[in-house]
Design a protein around this ligand. Structure first.
Ligand code: AKB
Length: 313
């Protein structure tokens, strides 16, 4: 089926791979990549690209009108660690960009929105293990507060104006094509780069800090799947819990050691430890399984193999 799609924040960790996957599926010219800066050659050369500020409503509206956009994937956001340093900038980017696309849909200028939420919506008082879909949520980070508020607004726009907005609470995402930036779970990507380059890694999270994680291929598949499901199947219009694996820094180190026995791990926790301490260890995603048949394909071992193989090339 042909449709015109706009990705906002296409040059980031998720945006880059999502753009390529959607171009593969719907054709290069149907998927318009946009970001505040230019991205990798592969992304820039494979289809249309627009320089776009996610906080500028008129600029987004112009692109939507020009390309007759039907769906927007809003991937622009400031992540947890950077947001603690720039609270107002984070709030401005994370909230205004969301309002821009919600209002475009409310005004019937687009049909459908994907907006990413995060495990950061949960807080220190949330049950840590197998965190349920509906539970106590008192996020204690700037990023988490913006994602929690965003979820409330998504549900509000769906109920009040019939806006077809769909969302997933991503765990930490692991990928080799594009590096993450400014997140608390970034260590789980850096560790593979450092293992190959230097044979050692100094973790900014302490031993025992178990967090929910996911390999990027699973995250992209989940994102495209939830957008393809018939609207009546979706019982959650805030954001779905999603799960693949959970591990602590020493476990990822062990899985690297299985391939590089000389790999050395050190620990030097910094301010990101406090953020990680406020997040769940594992997630109950039974609603996503029930509503749109979610099933992950990558565990830690398979992720480590993919990462080491591709980064070694
Ligand atoms: C972060 O660490 O900030 C993100 C997230 C879990 O949303 N990767």
């Amino acid at each position: 089926m042909q449709k015109s799609i706009l990705i906002i924040g296409a040059c980031g960790q998720i945006g880059t791979e999502l753009t390529m996957a959607l171009r593969e599926q719907y054709g290069n010219d149907s998927v318009i990549a946009s970001d505040i800066r230019e991205g990798s050659d592969g992304l820039m050369d494979s289809g249309p690209f627009e320089l776009l500020d996610a906080t500028n409503y008129e600029a987004i509206e112009d692109v939507v009108m020009h390309y007759e956009i039907e769906e927007i994937y809003l991937m622009a956001a400031m992540l947890s660690a950077t947001a603690e340093k720039f609270p107002m900038r984070a709030w401005n980017l994370n909230m205004n960009s969301l309002f821009n696309v919600l209002n475009l849909a409310k005004e019937k200028k687009i049909d459908k929105i994907f907006w990413p939420s995060s495990i950061a919506v949960f807080g220190p008082n949330t049950p840590k293990d197998e965190t349920p879909q509906h539970t106590l949520m008192e996020p204690s980070t700037v990023y988490g507060i913006s994602k929690q508020s965003g979820e409330r607004w998504c549900e509000y726009y769906f109920k009040k104006f019939g806006v077809d907005v769909r969302s997933i609470r991503y765990p930490g995402l692991i990928s080799w094509k594009t590096q993450p930036g400014g997140g608390t779970t970034d260590y789980a990507v850096e560790i593979y780069h450092e293992a190959i380059k230097n044979g050692r890694y100094k973790s900014f999270l302490a031993k025992g800090t178990k967090l929910p994680m996911m390999f990027m291929d699973d995250a992209i598949r989940a994102t495209i799947s939830i957008m393809e499901v018939k609207p009546e199947k979706l019982s959650i219009r805030s954001s779905y819990n999603l799960s693949a694996m959970s591990f602590a820094p020493e476990e990822i180190a062990e899985s690297i050691k299985n391939h590089f026995p000389d790999f050395e791990m050190f620990y030097n926790p910094d301010f990101r430890q406090q953020i990680a301490n406020s997040w769940p260890s594992s997630i109950d995603d039974s609603k996503a399984v029930e509503d749109w048949w979610w099933a992950p394909e990558f565990n830690l071992e398979k992720t480590t193999m993919e990462m080491l193989e591709n980064l070694s090339k």
